[in-house]
Design a protein around this ligand. Structure first.
Ligand SMILES: Nc1ncnc2c1ncn2[C@@H]1O[C@H](COP(=O)(O)OP(=O)(O)OP(=O)(O)O)[C@@H](O)[C@H]1O
Length: 264
């Protein structure tokens, strides 16, 4: 079945925005357009789930937000954050990434100690004070709900942790710099159900402090943890609304077909 791509239904969150995209578009190799004019506003301290079939542009959108597509693609449009366009040539990419932390699908800790994983970015930003570093290690690991499991083995290799623990370490690493926004690209898709539910609980807790944008293929996960949801199709944001409405009273036929499992 084909659907009209020019009909979208977007219900913006009311109130302040933590981040807003304006006509964000992405062209791989300068020609293949993978994202079309995405206009999304993200409310502070909420979890927004990005859903859609494989290849619909979710990761392309997410990775563009912290400038990870710079070398791969042409990215046009604006990413407004605290009155500044993060997509402008003048924006400092390192500063952007310290405000928008990222966690990937596969846990990718550095082959260093647990402590060194957390300290890495802090030291790179000139923080040397031992007490400050120790406090950041503890608070980041607590934030990622990993502290109790690793507090006695901080100098052991991160590679000895289980997959789920490694992913929570990656979350701890991402929050160590105290970013405002946390971007996660299918962070639990490689994990077992118990580790997945720990990650979900952790994210719900972290949303009190951070604004979270998560790509997920798992619709139950989207309904369990997110307040807002954007449905992508062939590079277009088709529908954006509060998660409960998008799943129970979708506005567009295509959204209904996707959330009821008719395609994707
Ligand atoms: N590095 C790249 N170079 C060229 N094309 C790319 C690249 N990354 C993604 N694409 C293309 O962009 C489109 C969107 O891909 P993207 O990975 O953003 O989709 P997705 O919705 O995240 O999919 P998935 O759920 O499978 O991760 C696809 O047509 C894909 O082939």
């Amino acid at each position: 079945m084909s659907y009209a791509l020019d009909e979208s239904y977007l219900v913006e969150p009311t109130g302040d925005a933590a981040l807003t995209t304006e006509n964000l578009a992405v062209y791989y190799g300068g020609v293949h357009q993978a994202l079309f004019d995405a206009n999304l506003k993200f409310a502070p301290h909420t979890i927004t789930a990005l859903i859609g079939a494989s290849g619909s542009g979710k990761s392309t959108f997410l990775r563009s937000l912290n400038r990870m597509n710079d070398k791969l693609a042409k990215v046009t449009g604006k990413i407004m954050y605290q009155g500044v366009d993060l997509n402008s040539a003048a924006a400092n990419v390192y500063a952007v990434r310290s405000q928008l932390g990222m966690v990937f699908q596969r846990p990718n800790p550095f082959a260093k100690s647990i402590r060194a994983n957390i300290e890495f970015a802090l030291k790179a930003h000139g923080i040397k004070d031992k007490q400050h570093l120790a406090a950041s290690v503890e608070s980041s690991l607590k934030g990622a709900a990993l502290w109790d499991e690793v507090k006695d083995v901080l100098d052991d290799s991160a590679m000895a942790l289980s997959g789920g623990q490694q992913q929570r370490l990656c979350i701890a690493r991402a929050i160590a710099m105290q970013p405002e926004i946390l971007l996660l690209d299918e962070p639990a898709s490689a994990l077992d159900p118990l580790s997945t539910s720990k990650i979900e609980e952790t994210l719900v807790e972290l949303a009190k402090q951070f604004t979270i944008i998560i790509v997920t293929h798992n619709m139950q996960q989207a309904t369990r943890i997110s307040q807002y949801c954007a449905f992508f199709h062939l590079g277009h944001v088709m529908e954006y609304d509060q998660t409960d409405r998008l799943f129970t009273q979708p506005h567009l036929a295509i959204t209904n077909d996707y959330v009821t499992g008719s395609f994707g």
